[in-house]
Design a protein around this ligand. Structure first.
Ligand code: KG4
Ligand code: ZN
Length: 348
């Protein structure tokens, strides 16, 4: 049915092999095989290892998704795939698989932007996206504020991180504190026992000229260094490190800046819906503070459930289904991957 397209989405931009199937705005299945355990001992994602894991996981993950959804490949209306941004080798595996499916099944293919997909996924959770929506995307690879008049072809960057992504800062600080990779969930947990005002860590680009020039940009590398120095001084003085207090104070600095700038972007652009996505959106303090600040400002907050915030195939299928429903032209079969695909480019 033209208004209820059945779309399979493939996501391989980082270390998750995600395959999702969506019918219109309904999520049928979201299957994810992650290679995160293989990267843990390196303290970060190793591109070569991720590519190989995608290659091994791809066919079984597609088969499992179809089986669990009760969908036959021939019934699909289109294939959607992340064509960028992300790790070059990982993207190639996903796009090659999507092309093979498109050729074998004689179906249209949509190469889509990973960031727009993070926004579109909330359609299967909370219904149609208000146009425009403001989106704060925070993950291990990206931290962006996006104004989204139409997720299928009009996504505008308001600002982004100038150095580390928010999740990257969580992961690096976790390492300084001796917590495992990926560090975000561990900091989140440790912070619950800590005092968020115990240490006054810096909030970059929030005052004076910096704020004027970079109203909606972020910077987390100074904060990360400040935490490392603080911890180092403790070590040198032979004093114990209060892990919970450091985690809580660091986390507070990050989520304070993120929510402050996101709300400001809503206010400046007269937008009354804020969506938060990406792995860091699973952070409990970010969710609570965003709820409190949005309620106070009269802004409606949308945050997908954590499994849809981290990388997955459902988000790609969700965007693909919107593309088909809105009558957007498919991509060419020769579509490229683009590891640094600009956020404004929704489709390749
Ligand atoms: O979206 P995602 O799964 O993959 C990327 O595209 O990067 O995000 C992963 C990032 C990691 O940096 C991880 O530490 C962070 O999200 N993360 C969190 C939490 N859960 C995951 N950060 C803070 N608090 C959490 N609860
Ligand atoms: Zn992502």
């Amino acid at each position: 049915m033209a208004d209820e397209p059945l779309v399979l989405g493939i996501e391989t931009s980082c270390d998750e092999t995600g395959v999702g199937i969506v019918r219109g705005q309904t999520l049928l299945v979201d299957t994810v095989a992650s290679s995160v355990d293989e990267h843990a001992r390196f303290g970060g994602v190793v591109p070569e290892v991720a590519s190989r894991a995608h290659l091994e996981a791809m066919v079984p993950t597609i088969e499992r998704a179809c089986r669990d959804a009760g969908v036959a490949l021939r019934d699909l209306d289109a294939i959607a795939v992340t064509s960028g941004p992300g790790l070059a080798g990982s993207l190639l595996v996903g796009v090659a698989a999507a092309k093979a499916l498109a050729v074998a099944l004689d179906k249209p293919i949509y190469g889509v932007n990973h960031l727009a997909s993070h926004v579109a996924v909330d359609i299967v959770e909370h219904g149609p996206l208000p146009e425009p929506t403001m989106a704060l995307l925070v993950s291990g690879g990206h931290s962006s504020l996006l104004l989204v008049p139409d997720v299928t072809d009009d996504v505008r960057s308001m600002g982004s991180t100038m150095d580390d992504a928010a999740g990257e800062a969580f992961d690096k600080v976790a390492r300084v504190l001796g917590l495992p990779f990926p560090g975000g969930p561990h900091i989140d947990r440790a912070a619950r026992e800590g005092d968020p005002v115990a240490i006054d860590f810096p909030r970059a680009l929030t005052t004076g000229r910096d704020m004027e020039r970079h109203r909606f940009d972020f910077s987390f590398s100074g904060l990360k260094t400040a935490v490392a120095r603080w911890v180092e001084q403790r070590h040198r003085a032979g004093e114990p490190v209060p892990v919970a207090d450091v985690a809580a104070s660091f986390q507070e600095a990050v989520v304070d800046v993120l929510t402050r700038k996101a709300l400001l972007a809503c206010k400046d652009n007269d937008v009354d819906h804020l969506l938060i996505g990406g792995g860091v959106a699973a952070n409990s303090r970010l969710r609570t503070l965003a709820e409190q600040r949005c309620a106070k400002a009269g802004i409606i907050l949308r945050v997908p459930r954590p499994a849809l915030c981290t990388d997955n195939g459902a988000m790609v299928a969700a965007l693909g289904a919107q593309m088909v429903a809105k009558g957007r032209e498919p991509s060419a079969l020769a579509l490229p991957t683009d590891s640094s695909m600009p956020v404004e480019l929704v489709q390749s």
